[in-house]
Design a protein around this ligand. Structure first.
Ligand code: SF4
Length: 322
C-alpha cells in the first residue's frame, strides 16, 4: 500500500511495528474514497479533557474559547461499549488537553484495552516524570504512548513549550522504556517532535539521539498559525523566515475512517476542530453509529471527496491530506 506522505523524517522500521500500523496501512485509511463508507469508524479520537498544564506558544489552545471540561467516565465507557460491539480497531486519546490530567485516565485506558480495543495516548510527558504514574501506565494495558516534544533540542523546546522540563521528560521516556522492558510489556513508545525552520543538522541530532532508544521517532513541521509571540521564536530558534505549512491537498479522507469526540461528548468530523465549530452529533444523546451515518458528516464527506476543502473553514488551511 502506498504511503501518501512521510513526515520530515521517519524511522521506517519502527513505523511498521506500530500496533496501529495495520489500520494505517488498510485501504479505507489509505484510499478512503475507493471504498464504500464503512459501517462504523475504524478509529475514534477521544479527548478526555481539554485542560492543559502547559502554555505552549504555538498551540491552537491559544484560540480555544470553548469551556474546559473533563469527560465523564460513564460517557467514556458508553463510547467504548458501543465501539466494541461494532468492532472498532482502537481509540486515540488525544485532542486539546493533556490527558494525564484526568484523574481517571488509567482506569479509562484499562477499560478500553480490556475491551480488546487498541489504545494510543498522546502526552506532553510531564505526568510521566512521576515513577508511580509510569507504573500505572504500564499496568493499564495501553498499547502505544506518543511523547510530543517540540523543537530539535532543549533550547528550542524551552521556547516553544514555554517551560524547562525538557531534560526531565527525556529522562522519563528513557525510564519508561527500561521499565517496560523489565516488565515484559508491549507498550510501543513513540517520540515525535516538530520543527520550525531549523537546520537539517539539528533535526538529525534529535533523530540520532532517539533512533535506537524509542520504538519510533519522527519529525514534522510546527504549525505556526497560532504562535503568540512570533518575534521571540524567530530570534531564538529560527535561522530564517518561518515557513508556513503548505495547503497542498484538495481532498481529505479522514471523515471516511475516523471521528473525533470532544471531552463534553460532542462529535466532530476531525480532531483539528479545537473549538468544536463543526458539531455533527452529541454522544450524550445519540449513538455513535447514527452520528457516523448522519447527514452533516455526509455533506462534509462529499465536499472533501470533490476537493472542496477551501469551502470548509477548518479544512481550508489544513496541510494534511487525511
Ligand atoms: S482537511 Fe484537515 S481539518 Fe479537514 S478533515 Fe481533513 S485533516 Fe481534518
Amino acid at each position: 500500500m502506498t504511503i501518501f506522505k512521510l513526515p520530515v523524517f521517519d524511522e521506517l522500521e519502527g513505523y511498521e511495528r506500530d500496533p496501529f500500523r495495520s489500520f494505517y496501512n488498510c485501504g479505507i485509511y489509505q484510499e478512503p474514497y475507493d471504498y464504500p463508507l464503512v459501517d462504523f469508524p475504524g478509529l475514534l479520537d477521544i479527548e478526555v479533557n481539554n485542560h492543559c498544564n502547559f502554555d505552549c506558544l504555538f498551540c491552537y489552545r491559544n484560540k480555544m474559547i470553548r469551556k474546559e471540561n473533563f469527560m465523564d467516565t460513564a460517557l467514556f465507557r458508553k463510547i467504548i461499549d458501543e465501539s466494541r460491539s461494532n468492532n472498532l480497531t482502537g481509540i486515540r486519546i488525544c485532542g486539546w488537553g493533556e490527558p494525564f490530567m484526568h484523574r481517571n485516565i488509567y482506569d479509562m485506558i484499562q477499560y478500553a484495552s480490556s475491551n480488546t480495543l487498541l489504545v494510543h495516548i498522546t502526552t506532553n510527558g510531564s505526568f510521566l516524570i512521576n515513577d508511580d504514574n509510569r507504573k500505572r501506565l504500564l499496568d493499564s494495558g495501553c498499547n502505544k504512548v506518543k511523547f510530543s516534544f517540540q523543537g530539535a533540542d532543549e533550547n528550542g523546546y524551552g521556547v516553544m513549550r514555554n517551560n524547562s522540563l525538557y531534560q526531565n521528560i527525556v529522562k522519563a521516556v528513557l525510564s519508561l522504556i527500561n521499565e517496560r522492558d523489565r516488565a515484559g510489556s508491549n507498550l510501543f513508545v513513540q517520540v515525535g517532535t516538530s520543527f520550525t525552520d531549523e537546520t537539517m543538522d539539528e533535526r538529525a541530532s534529535f533523530f540520532d539521539f532517539w533512533v535506537d532508544k524509542a520504538d519510533h521517532v519522527y519529525g514534522d513541521n510546527t504549525h505556526l498559525e497560532h504562535v503568540k509571540d512570533m518575534e521571540r521564536i524567530k530570534n531564538l530558534t529560527m535561522k530564517s523566515e518561518p515557513v508556513y505549512r503548505q495547503n497542498k491537498f484538495s481532498r481529505c479522507g479522514r471523515p471516511q475512517s475516523m471521528m473525533f469526540i470532544s471531552s463534553s461528548g460532542q462529535a466532530s468530523f476531525c480532531c483539528s476542530d479545537y473549538n468544536m465549530e463543526n458539531i455533527i452529533g452529541d454522544v450524550n444523546q445519540t449513538d455513535l453509529k447514527s452520528i457516523w451515518h448522519g447527514q452533516d458528516i455526509n455533506i462534509i464527506r462529499e465536499m472533501l471527496k470533490e476537493g472542496k476543502k477551501k469551502l470548509i473553514p477548518i479544512c481550508a488551511n489544513c496541510y494534511t491530506q487525511r
